[in-house]
Write a protein of this length. Sequence first.
Length: 65
Amino acid sequence: EQKTVADKTDGITQRYHVVVPGDTLFTIAITYYHSSEGMDIIRDWNKLDSDEVQLGQKLKVPVKE
């Protein structure tokens, strides 16, 4: 079960995704962007140096409305 919270700013809804068992950066990108290109967006917004995500980690996920 995924948890998200949204804050709206300038046509972008910034969601927060809490990493659950089985999540990878790739699966999170597919969930929100339907493309692996979302990995770069998530990595940039969260200042991640790698594709590693940790259980319980709260990630910013900007989505255009």
